[in-house]
Ligand binder design. Structure first.
Ligand SMILES: Cc1ncc(COP(=O)(O)O)c(C=O)c1O
Length: 347
């Protein structure tokens, strides 16, 4: 696929447009009032999401951020301590909602370069019972871990954190915004990665190309309670079956092809790694993200590089550490054109 706007957009996989099959499904979707639990298309999507993640029930939410916050509220109520990574999306990039809206404190643990939290660090972060302490209630993991390079966590690691959580009477939530990238990259069912957690959120609107929406999955009791918090957060969406219809197409047609995005990311890294001035984080990225920085003696700063390739219709973010994300709307030819444009700008 390529964008009808002619752009090669590496800023995120969230820029993907709904596919023609999604648009057709949206036009024909059977709908009902989902606050009355009456929307048959949303029911189908929630059941499919639950089955894919190895949980009993699912809940359609407006965004990943809403799904994570709903999960935190459902597990913790207000005023508890949540253990999570210093590079996690929930901690860094969800506007502090866990503190501002859920009244939760963050017990921040350093993310290891492979995206994990060391088990010993997690144990150290658990608060002892003391009248001065907030109670630790929840551990959060992120798979794939975005800022650590789009790295996938293994099922074995997730099971070990789930066992630790159980030993201490805690719950485990998985921010699986890109869960299916992690599953495809490792050749394992998503349920192996998400099943050990008490809840998982995954996004339809990133690499899977749906226009809107995420799913929160967990036990039937957890999801019944989460429905109430979703409503509190303004997420009761009425005839949202038109959106769920696109989500069903995403789950049917867009998961296996994520391997193409990963191959394109490896191709991009191989090309960029040979350009003078570029220092890759990983020579062979595991999923759909290529991170790099510029050597101090490079011809351009990241912001200047982003400006230099813009006239060729190539969009990248000029942060100090550049992230380029591949997705369904980027082809191998787009990758090659981009590498050539970057090389021309830097040499
Ligand atoms: C790891 C991770 N979690 C959660 C989110 C939040 O998703 P949304 O943008 O749908 O709120 C994102 C979005 O980029 C993400 O990368």
């Amino acid at each position: 696929m390529s964008f009808d706007n002619g752009l090669i957009d590496f800023r995120s996989d969230t820029v993907t447009h709904p596919t023609p099959a999604m648009r057709a499904a949206m036009a024909q979707a059977a709908v009902g009032d989902d606050v009355f639990d009456d929307d048959p298309t949303i029911h189908r999507l929630q059941e499919r999401a639950a089955a894919l993640t190895g949980h009993a029930a699912g809940l359609f939410v407006a965004s990943g951020t809403m799904g994570n916050l709903t999960a935190l509220l459902t597990h913790c109520g207000r005023g508890a301590d949540v253990i999570l990574g210093d590079q996690s999306h929930i901690y860094l990039n969800e506007v502090g909602g866990m503190a501002a809206l859920a009244g939760l404190s963050a017990a921040v643990v350093r993310n290891q370069p492979d995206g994990t939290l060391a088990l010993a660090d997690i144990e150290d972060a658990i608060r002892e019972e003391d009248v001065h302490h907030p109670r630790t209630r929840l551990i959060c993991l992120e798979n794939t871990q975005n800022i650590c390079g789009g790295v996938p966590l293994t099922a074995e690691y997730t099971r070990s954190v789930a066992a630790l959580a159980r030993r201490h009477g805690l719950k485990l939530h998985l921010d699986g915004a890109r869960l299916f990238n992690a599953a495809v990259a490792q050749g394992v069912p998503a349920a192996d990665l998400a099943g050990p957690a008490d809840s998982v959120m995954f996004c339809l609107s990133k690499g899977l190309s749906a226009p809107v929406g995420s799913l929160l999955c967990g036990s039937a009791e957890f999801i019944a309670e989460a429905r109430r918090y979703r409503k509190m957060l303004g997420g009761g969406m009425r005839q949202a079956g038109v959106l769920a219809a696109a989500g069903l197409v995403a789950l049917e047609q867009m998961i296996e092809r994520l391997e193409d995005d990963h191959a394109h990311a490896r191709r991009l890294a191989a090309g960029l790694g040979a350009v003078p001035g570029i220092v890759l984080d990983a020579a062979a990225p595991a999923t759909n993200m290529v991170y790099f920085s510029m050597r101090a003696d490079a011809k351009l700063t990241p912001a200047q590089l982003a400006e230099a390739v813009r006239p060729a219709g190539i969009l990248i973010e000029g942060w100090s550490r550049i992230r380029m994300v591949t997705h369904a709307w980027i082809t191998a030819a787009d990758v090659d054109r981009t590498v050539a444009a970057v090389r021309a700008a830097l040499t």
